[in-house]
Write a protein that binds this ligand. Sequence first.
Ligand SMILES: Nc1ncnc2c1ncn2[C@@H]1O[C@H](COP(=O)(O)OP(=O)(O)O)[C@@H](O)[C@H]1O
Ligand SMILES: O=C(O)[C@@H](O)C(=O)COP(=O)(O)O
Length: 421
Amino acid sequence: MLIGAVADDLTGATDLALTLTAGGMRTIQVIDVPDDPASLADYDAVVVALKSRTIPAAEAIAMSLASAKALRAAGCRQLFFKYCSTFDSTDQGNIGPVSEALMALTGADLTLACPAFPTNARTIYMGNLFVGDVPLAESSMRDHPLTPMRDSNLVRVLQRQTTLKVGLVPYPAVDAGREAIASAFAEARKRGEKILVVDAITDRHLIEIGAAARDFALITGGSGVAIGLPRNFVATGAFSPAETPARMAAPIGRAAILAGSCSQATRGQVRAAIGAGIPALRIAPQDLAESRQSAATILSWALRQPAEAPVLVYSSDEPDAVRTAQETLGREASGDIIERTLADVARGLRANGFTRLIVAGGETSGAVVGGLGVAMLEIGPQIAPGVPWTRAIGTDDMVLALKSGNFGAEDFFIKAWDRLN
Ligand SMILES: Nc1ncnc2c1ncn2[C@@H]1O[C@H](COP(=O)(O)OP(=O)(O)O)[C@@H](O)[C@H]1O
Ligand SMILES: O=C(O)[C@@H](O)C(=O)COP(=O)(O)O
């Protein structure tokens, strides 16, 4: 194993696994802390998907360390800590605390923090993260149900999460290329900085950053900064790139979309799917809490729909409605009840012949995949940047597309099926 990664959510893990696959690496995604590291040693890359983005920092550290130790036991040469391209976290963690713990484990005296993902319009300039043409704190991420992002300056955000000194490799160094970036790393070391936010606006920047960080024991960031990593290993002859799949064979069966993301892109995709005539059922935390809806009523609705088309179950809602639910039930409880219900619905769907599933939302995907008892995911073709089809291993044959809330074009729920045979 060359690259071993620990991702703080499910969709983030598939996003990274897709990037490494596109770089020619034979990549597998493992759900939760690996219990049999030896079985992973022959992959070029392994991505462990945790559900650690919003849990208490001590728990996130414990499961990230256990995963990293398993990856190292399987021989991984470089460790990667994957978090969201919009740096989803709170001042209580978990990006800073987990980075610190992984640095201590690997003995790294310096690491980088680069969530840039230009293909999906996440860029960093002078430490400020932009989503499309607005700073993070002015983007829809300011209203995220679990991790509202209200400060765009990543040096500041990260410094609030760690006692280690956070620095910046600014745009001019990054734009000048790998040698200038390596010099910036050396200067930062002299200043006692330990975690460096690195600016990046284009994929070329990410490739240069990857080259400069060739010998880093630990890299942290979004999937974007992984673009440059496989080629470091190709250059040393450590592996020869494999072909990437264009389509995926899927088992015969019905199709469903479960959307628990309230992100802007998912809300647009839900509207487009309804507009295209896909049968859709809206669910809400209050209705579930007061038993007006349940997994059983949702399932029976799904089974009454025509078998030829996908069905859509969604809790995706506007920020005001999310706020009202949270004021009534509490932030955690309103998220939990949706996640638990959609996991139960997924199990019920599988028991009734559904074999093709799209899940929108990272936390939601974590709950659904956990509920289905999936052990590993084989990575298939790209549907949209950051989102592949995957095949579940360790359970009945199923294909799953785990979509980050904010990824994908408006017709994602309509067109994703075209990549399946
Ligand atoms: N209508 C709603 N009101 C309150 N919370 C919701 C609602 N719908 C979904 N949620 C919760 O919001 C969170 C969305 O997070 P996630 O699934 O990671 O989506 P994203 O990928 O957009 O971040 C989940 O915990 C989900 O259960
Ligand atoms: O980096 C990204 O944006 C994604 O890979 C990611 O982490 C997705 O998280 P969610 O938005 O919670 O799905």
